[in-house]
Design a protein around this ligand. Sequence first.
Ligand SMILES: [Zn+2]
Length: 252
Amino acid sequence: MSTPSLDVLAVAAHRDDVEQTCGGTLLKMAQRGYRTGILDLTQGEMGTRGTAEDRAREAQAAARLLNVSIRHALDIPDGRVENTWENRIKIARVIREQRPHVLILPYWKGRHPDHYTASVLGYEGAFLAGLKKLGSTPGSGEAGGEAISQLPPHRPFKIIYASLYDDVRPSFVVDITNQFESRFQALLAYKSQYTDQSAGSGLFPAQQEIRSRMESMASFYGLLAGVKYAEPFVQKEVGLVEDLAAIPVQSL
Ligand SMILES: [Zn+2]
């Protein structure tokens, strides 16, 4: 591979999901010198406002604000994210190409079917990406299987789940106090969605309302850890501690 591996790849169903759930964390990682990326599974063609082309442009503008090295969108139909073999292969291919160490997926429960389906789809795509014989046995690599077998197998070391869309107690939170403002600007980069306008104004809250919601959520999760703003994550594994004296977050 000529391109360097990603340290962190965030996968989400829709453009602007990452901005809402883990954009501050991605920016923070980039500021710490890590190489980050975003994979959007859909292109947003079902949105009430704007076209898929508008959203592609806006997604790139948001990506620049979050300092990510790469942002790709797959062509899975918006509103129809399904856990199919074909879709798992599409994700496995990106994982083999980008070789992320950490994979951020959406939490596996939630209101929108695209969100919770993207979670399982991402997990299973990551699993497949590590299978040595993927794409080289008959029928195991439709949708460009020949090419995927040319890429070396890879699995992320760690999978964490961005849980902001669901009311679940996080395993940990990331302090985004210094990234909150840029994350908000990244969301506003989706001008077709978030600029105050009359089309769909019953559906879309005004900018001030969006800011106040984002502040409330970030403050809530920040408060759990004694910082101003934070983003919540769930991990399936237990935490491993080396030094009791260095565990953060005060108890009383
Ligand atoms: Zn979404």
